[in-house]
Write a protein that binds this ligand. Sequence first.
Ligand code: I3S
Length: 130
Amino acid sequence: EMPHNFFQVSNLEKAGILNKTKVSENGKKIRKNWGHSWTVLHGGILTFHKDPKSTPTGASSKTNHIVPEFTVDLKGATIGWANKDKSSKKNVLELKSRNGAEYLIQYDTESIITDWYKVIVDTISQLDLD
Ligand code: I3S
């Protein structure tokens, strides 16, 4: 029989490709820079990796898929579906970290973004109990 803990932990791990942009830092609005990102949720930390297309040299290096760009501690974070005024794109999530950083996360396929929404909500609730 599978231990209950094991099931819980593996439910809060996820990885995949998403579109993302940071929109504010320390509570201050910054210019959007949408890009694809290999995104990993592990141990309550969400890591967005660099878009290989956005290297300063323009070099399309596959290794950039594994270079972290932003890490978001989901402890104390909030997530919700973004209002239409936040972006013209469809299926946009707004993630706010405890330290005042805000990100938009988007994917055209609704089921994919909905799965991310659920796992992030579950992770935030789990961390609130700690
Ligand atoms: O919220 P905004 O400023 O309308 O966001 C758009 C801009 O970031 C735009 O780039 P410029 O800053 O060069 O204008 C992007 O190309 C758009 O994708 C942004 O809007 P959406 O609605 O896609 O989030």
